[in-house]
Design a protein around this ligand. Structure first.
Ligand code: 5GP
Ligand code: ZN
Length: 131
């Protein structure tokens, strides 16, 4: 059984932020920023791309509501909501989860996008996506 399934069924303790019959939200051990929370579907899906659309919708709806609550109550200045799917995208726990990361002015977390637009022709990329 995976580590998040063990958390969901109570074998491993966690700090519970929210729970309903479909999802569990807990504080991330790493606390990349204060209040860093994970929304975890109770059913096991290796990645978000394996999950059915109802599970994905509900998990993101909960993430959105919790993001508002966390931003207000922790006086955050912004929020990153992100999902890593597959190892190449930074996924380390192979059970779907959504990160809610509160952001504070002048915090030191780096989530950066490098501009690689010179490498690609956008029409070619579009055609490839829609082939
Ligand atoms: P990923 O890199 O897969 O998107 O994120 C996995 C996250 O799970 C990491 O941020 C890591 O800190 C967190 N994590 C790993 N093991 C545990 C655990 O046992 N309990 C909690 N609360 N978080 C964990
Ligand atoms: Zn699992």
């Amino acid at each position: 059984m995976c580590i998040f399934c063990k958390i969901v069924n109570g074998e491993i303790p966690s700090k519970k932020v929210y729970e309903d019959d479909k999802v569990l939200a807990i504080l991330d051990l790493s606390q990349a920023e204060k209040g860093h929370t994970l929304v975890i579907p109770k059913a096991h899906f290796d990645t978000m791309l394996d999950a059915d659309s109802q599970t994905v919708s509900h998990a993101f709806e909960v993430a959105s509501k919790l993001a508002n609550k966390i931003k207000t109550n922790l006086n955050a200045d912004g929020i990153n909501i992100l999902n890593n799917s597959y190892e190449a995208a930074g996924q380390t726990v192979m059970h779907m989860h959504i990160h809610i990361i509160p952001r504070y002015k002048n915090d030191d977390l780096k989530i950066e996008f490098t501009d690689h637009s010179s490498l690609y022709n956008l029409d070619d990329v579009l055609a490839e996506i829609n082939k």
